[in-house]
Design a binder for this molecule. Structure first.
Ligand code: ADP
Ligand code: MG
Length: 348
């Protein structure tokens, strides 16, 4: 979908290959050639790389799983489980797959943690703006008010024993666009390990997850995308034992009108794209569902409250990039992040 993202992967790929030990060439087993497959899935460019281990059937299994998750959790596909839940809103509970149930549960957890800045019941508002879609436009105030009235996380009724989801008010609609890709990345990684991939990379539209260990034993190095560049450049490197880096920002999907940028992370308070001076937030974590849920939550909360949330969570670090090209780091991120682009400055 977006050549920028393919280039990010390429850069990563080069960085990773360059760090393979030269002595591997002399070893009895020749160094494995990294193998890659790219497909459009989950509405974005997904690239899976096997650096050590794995076969064609493993690629097939990973992509089949991504397609399955999309078919279940898409907010757009008419037959998806999310669409069935929306169709039954105000009427009846809907039985869903354990996948969808678990992701909705996690989404509600991030809604709680963020005090509602992140909210999976934002579906009607996301549809109204349709940012990145054919119908994207600035809605009227009454339209926004009506859509916001349908965003209410307390009206999502989960029945764990029955595996059902019920939206209490007619017109309500879930949107898991801010978290489903993270879940999909975790699933891709799980399948890769199960199928003998010893080292590899999952890249779901810039949502990066490393799998296994690098052959030379050094930590993985993942580029943090420059949110001001449309050429897939990165502004710094995260070298971490944590497995995933996920970024949310104003550059991913947006339209411009009257000299203003309208991007795809929407405020649950005002109903407009969030404007708080941040340009992007990258979250470093072990599970990609956490990194994805938190990247959107923390972006929506802004620097101060977002940083406080990150500091309150174990095993989570963050890199904040603001409109003035200043970079703020969570306390643990300073040990993991190296700035490589001189156009940016480290704050504090
Ligand atoms: P990306 O999809 O680029 O990885 P995010 O993970 O930040 O970016 O998710 C953005 C998507 O989340 C939007 O396209 C929309 O579907 C949904 N969304 C927008 N605003 C919110 C919000 N306040 N809370 C929850 N989901 C949101
Ligand atoms: Mg997200």
């Amino acid at each position: 979908m977006n050549s920028r993202k393919i280039r990010v992967t390429l850069l990563l790929f080069v960085a990773l290959v360059a760090s393979l030990p030269m002595s591997a060439c002399a070893a009895s087993r020749p160094p494995a050639e990294p193998r890659r497959r790219t497909e459009l899935q989950l509405g974005t460019v997904c690239t899976i790389t096997f650096m050590d281990g794995g076969d064609e059937a493993a690629f097939d299994a990973v992509f089949a799983r991504l397609a399955e998750i999309h078919a279940r959790m898409s907010a757009q596909e008419p037959g998806s489980e999310l669409s069935r839940i929306a169709d039954a809103a105000g009427k009846s509970p809907v039985a869903v797959s354990p996948d969808t149930f678990a992701v909705i549960e996690q989404a509600l957890r991030y809604a709680e943690l963020s005090g509602g800045a992140f909210d999976p019941t934002i579906g009607p508002l996301v549809r109204l703006w349709d940012i990145g879609g054919d119908g994207e436009r600035i809605p009227s105030a009454p339209e926004i008010e009506a859509a916001l009235a349908l965003a209410d996380r307390k009206s999502v009724i989960l029945d764990k024993a029955k595996g059902t989801v019920f939206l209490a008010k007619a017109g309500m609609r879930l949107d898991l666009g801010a978290i489903a890709k993270g879940y999909a990345a975790d699933e891709a990684a799980r399948i890769m390990l199960e199928r003998g991939v010893r080292a590899g990379i999952v890249d779901l539209g810039g949502n990066i997850m490393t799998v296994g260990r690098k052959p030379d034993g050094t930590p993985w190095r993942v580029g943090v995308q420059n949110p001001f560049s449309d050429r897939g450049e990165y502004l710094g490197i995260v070298a971490s034992e944590a497995k995933t880096v996920v970024t949310s920002g104003v550059y991913e999907r947006f339209f411009e009108e009257g000299g203003r940028r309208y991007h795809h992370i929407l405020s649950t308070v005002g109903g407009y794209p969030v404007e708080n001076g941040l340009w992007a937030v990258s979250i470093i974590a072990d599970r990609s569902i956490d990194a994805d849920g938190l990247s959107t939550s923390v972006f929506a909360l802004g620097l101060e409250k977002g940083r406080a949330l990150v500091e309150s969570l174990a095993g989570i670090e963050a890199v904040f990039i603001d409109a003035d090209k200043k970079i703020y780091l969570s306390s643990g991120a300073s040990k993991l992040f190296t700035l490589t682009d001189g156009a940016f400055t480290l704050a504090d």
